[in-house]
Design a protein around this ligand. Structure first.
Ligand code: DP6
Length: 356
């Protein structure tokens, strides 16, 4: 579908209220590097999560020319620090839904996970807001199929935050053109109609909170570090290859291959940050201690526990549900001391956003 087919100049006005819950996601093959208007330099794939979610309610009403475009509450409180990001999002998406210019949006959001947990909330937040907006737009398009609705939601979410494009459906989402997935493209993410191996249907993601602080490198700055990066070309090619190989592992249930590729991707993401100019080391001593212990535990027990990382110090532990008891036991005995205030969040793979 071309980008132009997402422009609907509906000269409509009206009042509407809607509420959506959108999940966070964790990338297995990482998106790191973008160009143009929020387009990825390489394809990525992620598990959609189920418990870390943002719930957003939006009331739309006709607006006078000089009135504010929106008001925003987070956890029932005014949070002006979020305004620039929301304004930027609305500015970017208005060309694709011009009627927005004639409406005021009253937005109220809540996260199921602590805001100060070091867990990125931009994916679930932008996806939930995009879904509310597309839901409003849908009122004027009785011809829209469910597929068009979800594609446009992912397309708009991407303009808020790249990884948000993948927070619409589940259990696995692919964003960015890849030879391995025929419908894949850079404009919106897809939930490939592939029979993933059952072991991945309820895969666990336990997030160890090593650092609750604000991100040291904003994602936009981080992606910018790939411009002129000495290893950029090789990295983007590697992501394509990893995605093809991971697809096979996800279909066959080859956990050894899954672990190898997932950990390679996490470390490569950090290797890119450590070799950019300026360079950043976002892992902390506790991060390294956890990675070491996870490897030792896997060697000793032969249980398929592995890790992934996002652009920070926290560690995501990934494992099949059936091994939850011995892995939680290991977490309590060996890993919890490496978590800030002993904090961790238990999540698992989910099926995507829901209208409330
Ligand atoms: C390391 O989606 O947060 O989590 O598009 O600038 O909002 P923006 O970036 P963002 O980047 C996420 C990077 C990552 C890897 C991933 O989720 O694929």
């Amino acid at each position: 579908m071309s980008t132009n087919s997402f422009v609907f100049d509906t000269l409509v006005e009206g009042c509407y209220q809607t509420q959506w819950e959108a999940p966070s996601n964790i990338a297995l093959v990482k998106y790191w590097g973008k160009y143009g208007q929020q387009l990825p330099q390489n394809p990525s794939i992620s598990f959609t999560l189920s418990r870390c979610v943002t719930t957003t309610e939006v009331s739309f009403s006709p607006r006078e020319d000089d009135a504010e475009a929106f008001d925003f509450l987070f956890d029932q409180k005014k949070q002006p620090e979020f305004h620039p990001k929301i304004q930027q999002f609305l500015d970017r998406i208005t060309p694709y839904f011009p009627a927005l210019e004639r409406h005021h949006l009253s937005i109220s959001s809540h996260n199921s996970f602590p805001h100060s947990s070091g867990i990125a909330s931009s994916a679930s937040a932008m996806a939930a807001l995009a879904l509310c907006i597309v839901d409003f737009e849908k009122q004027f398009h009785s011809d829209w199929t469910e597929e068009v609705f979800l594609q446009k939601a992912s397309f708009l979410a991407r303009l808020g935050s790249g990884s948000a494009a993948r927070s619409i459906e589940g259990p696995l989402m692919v964003w960015g053109q890849s030879e391995a997935f025929s419908q894949s493209n850079d404009h919106y993410a897809i939930a490939p109609s592939v029979d993933w191996h059952p072991v991945f249907h309820d895969y666990q993601d336990t997030v160890l909170i090593v650092d609750k602080g604000q991100k040291k490198v904003s994602s936009t700055m981080g992606h910018g570090l790939m411009k002129g990066h000495p290893f950029a070309t090789q990295r983007f090619e590697q992501a394509h290859t990893h995605l093809e190989q991971l697809k096979t592992a996800l279909i066959t249930g080859d956990l050894e291959r899954f672990i190898d590729l997932t950990e390679a991707e996490a470390l490569c993401l950090h290797a890119m940050m450590m070799t950019s100019n300026p360079r950043f080391v976002l892992m902390q001593p506790n991060t390294m201690a956890i990675l070491q212990k996870v490897g030792d535990f896997r060697n000793q027990t032969q249980l398929p526990l592995c890790f992934t990382l996002d652009a920070g110090a926290n560690v995501h532990l990934l494992y099949p549900l059936q091994y939850r008891i011995p892995i939680m036991d290991f977490l309590q005995k060996e890993l919890i001391n490496h978590c800030q205030q002993g904090q961790y969040i238990e999540d698992q793979v989910g099926n995507g956003a829901k209208k409330i």
